[in-house]
Design a protein around this ligand. Structure first.
Ligand SMILES: O=C(O)CCC(=O)C(=O)O
Ligand SMILES: [Fe+2]
Length: 369
């Protein structure tokens, strides 16, 4: 572990990792069968079995996705690039990661331009660093650094790759690209495809109006957040201080799709009980966000979740988020009509003034409470 790669306020909290047994990712049906988290098979959904979404979306607001069609090598390749990128010094990350990408730390709450919302207004600093990648703005991105460019390419939907390839990348990157383009360009496409299929299944299951279905999920809003959580030294544990990578929250998205490495730390709340979402090889984790709860008129749940930092090892996770079109109006009987833009503005205001996100309750009709 290199201390220089961490934001200065994290450094005096860290100490060299204690040796820990190598962790091996659980895999196979045995691991899935002994796990309380519900499992959804994307292939069954593609064949039209939308009923299988009901219990996970209503009772949990979260499920594990299998048979998602993303090659395992692509999932781990993205994690490897993220690890390399975060191992750059803090100062290089600040200098190299420029608009439309952004580098943030201490909180996952960002302004619309991707900057971290002022940490002193937040209740707690979270032990997390992140890279924010708004997919539709990639054509503006330019860098010659092959480490960033190659990570970048993993995420990029294919149409952008081909348009930008000649303009953006230097000769080293061109070489790397030639070797890997076939697999890298698939990553962005796969996540958009999965989001689309899931939302279609949910809309069918909820009998949503097809016109609402079109406007409530806007692929052009898709963004990727890449996170690194440092390990948490045991001396702090002895002092009984708690350490969170991310405080309890709900996502503001329609859907969030998570690719996590083997370290683990994600927990979800169901019926007042916290459950660990342990890493299982070749599975993705899907969260329903606030927009999905509103679209479904509270039939589905925007799940409360949090991330604990690991005592021994840093963790990488990569999350794809998709939202409604900024100006498309969400109409449901429990909420006053609002757009995602209204919602975001309210969230930003609440974080600045009260220190946390109030969320959907701001839009709930009184009679519906
Ligand atoms: O890193 C994770 O496991 C979860 C990230 C998350 O909850 C978020 O980005 O909203
Ligand atoms: Fe989240």
């Amino acid at each position: 572990m290199s201390f220089e790669s961490y934001p200065p306020p994290f450094r005096n909290l860290l100490q060299p990792p204690l040796s820990s047994p190598a962790q091996i990712l659980d895999s196979g049906w045995g691991a899935l069968n002994s796990d309380p988290i519900p499992v959804v098979d994307l292939q069954c959904l593609e064949l039209g079995d939308c009923k299988l979404l009901e219990e996970p979306c209503k009772q949990w607001g979260l499920f594990r996705l299998v048979n998602h069609g993303v090659p395992e090598s692509l999932l781990s390749q993205a994690q490897d690039y993220a690890r390399t990128l975060f191992s750059l010094t803090f100062e290089s990350k600040q200098a190299l990661i420029t608009s439309p990408l952004s580098y943030f730390w201490g909180t996952p709450a960002l302004t619309p331009t991707g900057a971290a919302l002022s940490a002193e207004k937040l209740q707690n600093i979270n032990l997390v660093e992140g890279l924010n990648i708004p997919l539709s703005q990639l054509p503006r991105f330019q860098t010659d650094d092959p480490r960033i460019a190659s990570f970048w390419y993993v995420i990029l939907p294919s149409q952008f790759c081909f348009t930008l390839y000649p303009k953006l990348f230097g000769s080293i990157f061109k070489y790397i690209t030639t070797l890997h383009i076939g697999s890298w360009e698939q990553y962005g496409r796969h996540l958009a495809r999965i989001g689309r299929t899931l939302f279609k299944g949910m809309s069918t299951s909820l009998s949503l109006d097809p016109i609402e279905y079109e406007s409530n999920l806007s692929e052009s809003t898709g963004l990727v957040r890449v996170y690194r959580y440092p390990h948490w030294p045991s001396k702090y544990k002895k002092e009984n201080k708690s350490a969170w990578g991310m405080d309890v929250h709900t996502d503001s998205s329609v859907l969030s799709i998570l690719n996590q490495d083997e370290v683990g730390g994600l927990e979800v709340l169901k019926d007042n009980q916290w459950f660990t979402v342990k890493p299982i090889a070749n599975t993705l984790v899907v969260n329903l966000g606030d927009m999905m709860q509103a679209i479904s008129d509270d039939e589905y749940t925007s799940v409360k979740h949090r991330v604990k930092v690991n005592e021994y090892r840093e963790r990488i996770s990569i999350c794809y988020f998709v939202f409604p079109g900024e100006n498309s109006v969400i109409r449901s009987s429990n909420y006053k009509p609002f757009t995602y833009r209204d919602f975001q503005e309210q969230v930003q205001k609440d974080i600045k003034t009260v220190g946390y996100k109030v969320g959907l309750n701001r839009f709930k009709l009184r009679d519906a409470c």
